[in-house]
Every structure is written in C-alpha cells, then in structure tokens.
Write a protein that binds this ligand. Structure first.
Ligand code: ZN
Length: 118
C-alpha cells in the first residue's frame, strides 16, 4: 500500500494516493465509523484507510459517494458484508465495537488502577 510521507497516511489500493487523500481531506481525516482522529497522533495516522461503503468485492464503485475515511479496526469489523446504506453499516460497526469492548473489558479487569505508585 502506498505511504505518503507528507501526510503519514496509508491509502488502501486500488484507490490512488491522490484519490485517497481527497477522501481523507473531505472527511477531515476522521474515521467515519468510530470518529478516530487520524491527525491526533502518528499512530492514528498510520491506521487510516479509505473504505468502500459498498465493498469492491460486491462491485462497489470507486466513486467519492462510495468512499469514506476509515480506520483499520472499523474496516476489518465491517468486512465485506453488504449494508442497505452507510448508516446501517455504521450502526453495525459501532455495535460490534461495543461488544468487542465489553468482551475485552471482561477479560482484562485490572485489580489496581494505574498510578504513579504502582
Ligand atoms: Zn474507526
């Protein structure tokens, strides 16, 4: 995948770097599913991608109306399922994220809060 050293954004092929950057700029470098700010840190910038709302695997077009800025976790969760529209896809992704979070929290309960005295 092409990496732009200017923006530190990796753009998923087959969207060209130029096309991807236009989408990221239009969406203010924020994941349109979870809201992650790709400009907040280097680590965030590294996980930004451009998502095909209707997946390429389902003949989704490379059209700005079908492309959104997206972080890798949301892109992975969304997968190649077909949704009625973006809002349905977003609702699915956010619901899955919440379930994953609860699962993670149940397995990583910390007996002690982090503090300087640890
Ligand atoms: Zn996201």
């Amino acid at each position: 995948m092409p990496l732009s050293l200017m923006t530190l954004s990796v753009v998923a092929s087959p969207v060209t770097l130029q096309e991807g950057l236009k989408i990221l700029q239009r969406d203010d470098h924020r994941c349109q599913y979870c809201g992650l700010d790709g400009r907040a840190s280097f680590e965030n910038a590294l996980v930004m991608r451009v998502d095909f709302v209707l997946p390429r695997a389902r003949k989704g077009k490379k059209d700005p109306g079908n492309l959104v800025a997206c972080c890798i976790p949301c892109n992975t969760i969304k997968g190649t399922r077909v949704y009625a529209n973006f809002d349905e896809a977003k609702a699915f992704v956010l619901k899955q994220r919440e379930e994953l979070r609860k699962n993670w929290e149940s397995k990583t309960a910390r007996p002690f809060a982090r503090s300087a005295k640890a």
